[in-house]
Each structure stands twice: as C-alpha cells, then as structure tokens.
Design a protein around this ligand. Structure first.
Ligand SMILES: NC(=O)C1=CN([C@@H]2O[C@H](COP(=O)(O)OP(=O)(O)OC[C@H]3O[C@@H](n4cnc5c(N)ncnc54)[C@H](OP(=O)(O)O)[C@@H]3O)[C@@H](O)[C@H]2O)[C@@H](O)CC1
Ligand SMILES: [K+]
Length: 468
C-alpha cells in the first residue's frame, strides 16, 4: 500500500523548510531520476526529444537534457518563453553546454523521429484549459512513435484528474516525490502508463506525511487460506444470496462465493432455479447464515422481504437495483455493510441520501470528491465505487485499486465481485478487509487471464480466483 496525496506542493515546501533542501536540489533529483530510467533502458546515442514548458516542469526537462547531453542525441523543444526562475536558470545552463534547443516540432525529421519523447510541458502547475497550440503539439507528440515518458504528470491532466481537451499518452509517468490523486482518476488511466515515484533529495518515507488516501497493490491481498485442519463446512461461514427475477446475477454471485471459500452457499429464491448441486436453495433466510448478498438482478419486487433482510443484524453486501430504492437508507452507517455501486448507481445513492444531485459525467470527472463526500457522511459504511480504478472508502480513508482492466467491462463481472466480497464477509472478514481483498482478487484474476482482453467471461474470473 502506498500513500497518495491531493497536493504535493506542501510536501515540497516542507522539504525545503524542515530539512534545508532547496528547490534546485529537488529539481536535480527529479531530473536525475528520469536520467537513470533512460540510462537503464536505452543505449548510447539514441535520439531523445524533451518537450519543455515555461514553468518548473519544463525546468525539470531542461535539467534532464543537461544530464543526458553527449551520451545521447538530445534535443529540447521549448515552444514558449521560459517563465519561472528555475526554468530560466536551467535554460541558461543547457544553452552554455550547447544542447540543441528548438522551438517547433517541424524541424525534426519525421522519418528518423525520436526514440524517446519526454513530456515536460505542464505538471502540477496546469491551471487552465490548454490553448490550441498546446493541443496541437500534444496531438502530434501522441501520434509519433517512440517510448513516451511523462515528467511528474502527463501534460493535460488537471488537478481533478480530468483531461478537458488533449493529454499526453505516456508509457510511463515518473512522478516527483509522491503519488498524486489526479493520476488515479478513471480518465488518467489512459494517459499515465505505469507510474513510478522519484525520490527528491530525501527518502520517500521522509518526504511523505500523513494521508487519508492509499494505493493498493497485489501484496495487499489476504486470501482466505485455511489454517486449521480440524474444521468443517460450518467453520467457513454460510452465505445467503438473494436471487431476484434476473436469476443469473445471483447464481453467478453464489458460484463466485463458493470458489472464494464460503463453506455453505444458499440462494434465496421464490421459484426453483437451476444451480449446481453444491449450492442450496430455499425461500427464506436460513437462521445460521453469516452473511447476505442482496440486490443483484433483484428488480423492484419483494420489498417486504428485502426490508426484513436488510434489517437483520448480519454482514451484508448490497448491490445493483437497491441503489434505486429508498430502502437502501436503512443500512447506511450500520457496521458490516458493503455497498458496491457502479457510477450510475452511486449517483442514485447520492441523490437518495440528499448529498448531491449529479450526472454520471459530473461524478466521473470528480470521483474522489464525491466518494469523500459520502465517506464524511457515512464513515462506517464501506463503499466500493466501481470504475477503471475502483475506489473503496471506510472510516474516511480512501483505498484506490489500480489493478482493474478493460477485460472486466462485461455483464456479470460485477456479480462475481459481489459474490467474492460476500464470501469473505461470511468467513468473518471485516467489511473493509473483505472489500479490499475481493476487489484485488477480482482484478488479479482478470489480469492473469491468459488469452486476450475481450473474451473474459464471469466464469473465467471465477476460475482465475481459484488459482491465485
Ligand atoms: N515545487 C518544487 O519544489 C518542485 C517542482 N518540480 C516540478 O515543478 C512542476 C511544477 O512547476 P510549476 O508550478 O512551475 O508548474 P508547471 O506545471 O511547470 O506549469 C506552470 C507553467 O505553465 C503555464 N500554464 C499553466 N497552464 C497552462 C495552459 N493551460 N496553457 C499554457 N500555459 C499554461 C503557467 O503559465 P502562467 O499561469 O504563469 O501564465 C506556468 O508558466 C512539477 O510538476 C514538477 O515537475 C520538481 O522539480 C520537484 C521540485
Ligand atoms: K508533464
């Protein structure tokens, strides 16, 4: 788990004030980390184009050019007059050294384009929409071949993680000092490539302060591995899955839960459904069940039974149609409840809770803002907002799961996730731990799928979970 910050300016300033480092020293480390990456990956004399803006992001790039000069065939493109004091200083040094400085892309030959393009146009100082010239430049850079490196933040991604016009499409983002929230918006996922952090003069653990946002990784998974030999099926919980009129959703969730360690799984259904022999079925909630999964494929029927189940003091994961029903309000802020909406369902939840009345577009442009709003008002409820980077919140902390893949953009995969969370709740995991592990398992299964990114089925995700 790594720390993530909304704003690192305060961290830069703290480094200067508290440890006596200078802005110039921090910048030297930023440039050196990009140099190390390039040296580790590219042999001498490769062609490198560094595109530098007027501020300190540009200054990072000009300093990088100085470090790479003579080992590589380096050019810096400086399309605007350099403005910041550091950019002016770095420009002067690069000039004295004899670095090739150009002001337009058209002087570079198209046939022998650069092997590496480093984007240092805008970083954390992007404070307005890109003008036409910058948009054209980024579009042309994106269309060129070559390994693409973004310095700090791909140019065009703003503080909210939005790309309002054009953004630099990087293979890798080398971000300075610490991870930033804006790199983990859903939109940013198509621009950042891999993300690595550069230390800035002190080790990252010293540079970073406290935060309430964390980035999950595969090491955070806690699989329900069984320890005691002296056990029986009841030792691993009894999950009830409420099956609605779209029966498939509940059955998929039940299958997923069985594969993820639940000792017993029962589907609660009004009419007999076709389930595998190892899954039981009945019409009322068994007394000994230890968790419930409810909402998938439920429609708007069975209101009385739904209300009764939601009122039972039992761990539960709530999904799908229930976000369009005021009955959801009855479970908010009770312990051991996990909500798993997709963006449209979350908008409905925000409306029902009277926290906000917004469109899906507004939500997707500001996912962190609205998840925090919900978290502040319902700190005891675990929320998992689905997306390219799913966000999990509990107790005012946000956990980002960056492992999602487009292979999961399929009907039924959400029902698998519900089943995985419910399986862990049934086995006694806390609501937040169940959600973190299930969310990671879901994504890791999809990533491990050996074929391609279009043919994954919910059953493949379940199969993958079996071999994590
Ligand atoms: N602080 C530190 O200690 C360290 C900082 N570091 C580095 O500094 C970076 C932040 O530098 P920064 O604050 O100078 O901002 P930056 O991203 O270069 O952009 C500002 C310039 O862009 C301009 N501009 C903005 N939007 C625009 C638009 N749409 N279209 C056109 N122009 C636009 C804006 O113009 P202005 O608003 O002044 O008119 C200004 O000239 C950070 O990302 C990291 O790489 C590291 O070296 C580590 C140490
Ligand atoms: K950049």
């Amino acid at each position: 788990m790594q720390k993530v910050f909304d704003d690192v300016h305060a961290l830069d300033k703290r480094c200067v004030d508290k440890f006596g480092l200078s802005e110039e020293l921090l910048m030297e480390h930023a440039a050196a980390s990009m140099m190390q990456y390039i040296r580790g990956k590219f042999s001498n004399n490769e062609k490198i184009l560094i595109v530098c803006g007027a501020g300190n992001n540009g200054a990072d790039g000009i300093a990088l050019a100085r470090l790479l000069y003579s080992q590589y065939d380096v050019s810096i493109l400086v399309p605007y007059h350099v403005k910041s004091a550091m950019a002016k200083l770095q420009y002067k040094r690069a000039n004295l050294l004899g670095v090739n400085i150009i002001d337009t892309l058209s002087v570079l030959s198209l046939e022998h384009g650069p092997d590496v393009i480093v984007d240092c146009l805008f970083g954390s100082g992007l404070n307005r929409d890109l003008d036409d010239e910058s948009q054209r430049l980024l579009t042309r850079l994106n269309s060129r071949c070559g390994h693409k490196i973004a310095c700090d933040i791909p140019s065009g991604i703003n503080k909210q993680g939005q790309v309002t016009t054009v953004g630099f499409c990087a293979d890798i983002t080398i971000t300075m000092g610490a991870l930033k929230t804006q790199l983990y918006s859903d939109v940013a996922k198509d621009y950042t490539g891999n993300i690595i952090v550069s230390d800035l003069g002190v080790h990252r653990s010293i540079y970073e302060t406290a935060t309430n946002t964390f980035l999950l990784d595969s090491a955070d998974i806690k699989l329900p591995l069984r320890i005691k030999q002296n056990s029986h099926k009841g030792s691993f919980g009894h999950l009830s899955v409420i099956v609605g009129n779209k029966t498939g959703a509940g059955i998929i969730a039940a299958e997923a839960a069985f594969a993820f360690g639940a000792g017993l799984v029962t589907v609660i259904t009004e009419q007999e459904v076709n389930v595998p022999y190892h899954i039981m079925q009945t019409s009322i909630l068994p007394e000994n069940c230890t968790a419930v999964a409810i909402g998938m494929g439920l429609g708007h029927d069975r209101k009385a039974q739904v209300k009764q189940i939601l009122n039972r003091d039992i761990a539960k994961v709530v999904d799908a149609d229930l976000f369009h029903n005021d009955v959801i309000l009855t479970v908010l802020n009770s312990e051991n409840v996990v909500l798993t909406p997709h963006p449209k369902e979350f908008c409905s939840l925000l409306k029902r809770t009277k926290l906000a009345e917004i469109t899906v577009v507004e939500l997707q442009n500001n996912r962190f803002k609205y998840v925090r709003l919900f978290a502040v008002n319902y700190p005891q409820t675990v929320l998992l907002l689905k997306g390219a980077n799913s966000l999990i919140t509990y107790n005012n902390i946000i956990y980002i799961n960056p492992l999602g893949s487009n292979a999961l953009s399929k009907g039924g995969t959400g029902d698998v996730l519900t089943g995985l969370i419910a399986a862990l709740l049934a086995q006694g995991y806390s609501a937040v731990n169940a959600t973190i592990t299930a969310s990671l398992a879901h994504c890791m299964s999809a990533t491990n799928y050996p074929k391609n990114n279009y043919s994954l089925t919910p059953m493949d995700v379940i199969e993958g979970v079996k071999v994590l």
